[in-house]
Design a protein around this ligand. Structure first.
Ligand SMILES: Cc1cc2nc3c(=O)[nH]c(=O)nc-3n(C[C@H](O)[C@H](O)[C@H](O)COP(=O)(O)OP(=O)(O)OC[C@H]3O[C@@H](n4cnc5c(N)ncnc54)[C@H](O)[C@@H]3O)c2cc1C
Length: 309
């Protein structure tokens, strides 16, 4: 436990429910990871902004996450405060200037939003119907699938800093590129995403629903079930990452209870009771072999958080 004062914890409790030593394995899709010293669920924007600002003003390290579908939490857990973002407001779509804009709280699931838009006859994000993360996470990682990514639909986002001050940034300022953004490149620091503005268009409900159904079918066929974080590595320019993992003989390879999937070699599965160190060992092994055999660096898409042994 880091040095969290009683005064800090009391003030946090005034904002909402606080859990001490909360196992993060319960909250992330990989199902691995040690405890957060203090854990706080933000259901509203005020709680999200307030919790972040309180931690920053008390010099408490703070980590915010959405669905935990793109993080590998170390077995030693995370020191300080961890905030789970479950904000859920959606406003619009409404006419705004030249087009239709929807303002979405950063805690909303991208997949749920995509389905809601498609079912209501709005096109533009239906391709995201299988992406399990939040909109906040989607901005940080420029989530994408099937030749699409968040970037073209993004109008801008509202951010809060450590003092609770809100600023609106444009899509240009957020600078989304392949699985990256000004956040993931470290150009925006010490700020959190509160809400995201997306552009949508009028579409045909029947066509949109049919597209969602087809994408669901494709995803189910391609991706393994079970606890994982989606793609572990970003795709290098010449071949997809799964190809390298396969070429270096690691498809199906297992360390402890972690395994490169037989069905999709860029997925690592937690077979039940895996340790973060098992998953890290698989990641390192694939990176080393790919470097040695092909001179190619496999960059991780999944983000490492907290203390690893
Ligand atoms: C089965 C499965 C399939 C997947 N398929 C895809 C896919 O097709 N395409 C794809 O791109 N990804 C895919 N992913 C990965 C993941 O869903 C995306 O990266 C998603 O955008 C992450 O969102 P999240 O809310 O889970 O982020 P988290 O894992 O919670 O966080 C990721 C990072 O974003 C930061 N962050 C999150 N919210 C905020 C915020 N509000 N403000 C500031 N920083 C924030 C966190 O601090 C962390 O650094 C898949 C994952 C799984 C488990």
């Amino acid at each position: 436990m880091s040095t969290l004062t009683n005064e800090f914890l009391d003030r946090l409790r005034e904002l909402g429910e606080v859990h001490l030593d909360e196992p993060l394995a319960r909250h992330v899709t990989f199902g691995v990871g040690g405890p957060a010293d203090a854990f706080f669920v933000a259901l509203t924007e005020d709680q999200l902004r307030g919790g972040f600002a309180l931690a920053r003003s008390n010099d408490v390290p703070v980590f915010i996450f959405g669905s935990g579908s793109n993080v590998l939490v170390g077995d030693g857990g995370v020191r300080g405060l961890v905030i789970e973002n479950r904000t859920d407001a959606i406003v619009g779509p409404a006419q705004n200037g030249a087009g239709l804009k929807v303002r979405v709280a950063s805690g909303v699931s991208f997949a749920a939003l995509a389905r809601r838009m498609a079912n209501a006859g709005y096109a533009g994000v239906e391709w995201a119907c299988g992406i399990p993360g939040s909109l906040g996470g989607a901005v940080v990682t420029n989530a994408g699938a099937y030749e699409h990514s968040l970037a073209p639909a993004l109008v801008g986002a509202r951010l809060a800093d450590g003092k609770g001050v809100i600023a609106e940034l444009t899509a240009d300022e957020l600078d989304l590129t392949y699985r990256n953004s000004a956040f993931s490149r470290g150009q925006i620091t010490d700020r959190i995403v509160l809400s995201v503005d997306l552009r949508v268009q009028d579409g045909d409900v029947r066509e949109l629903k049919a597209k969602v159904k087809e994408l669901d079918r494709q995803r189910k066929a391609a991706q393994p079930p079970g606890r994982n974080c989606g793609s572990v590595f970003k795709n290098p320019a010449d071949h997809p990452s799964w190809w390298y993992v396969e070429q270096v003989g690691l498809r199906g390879h297992r360390i402890g209870q972690a395994q490169f999937s037989e069905r999709h070699a860029n997925f690592i599965l937690n077979l039940g009771g895996a340790k973060a160190t098992d998953i890290m060992s698989l990641i390192r092994l694939a990176q080393e072999r790919t470097r040695e055999q092909f001179g190619v660096e496999l960059d991780t898409e999944v983000m490492m958080v907290g203390e690893f042994a």
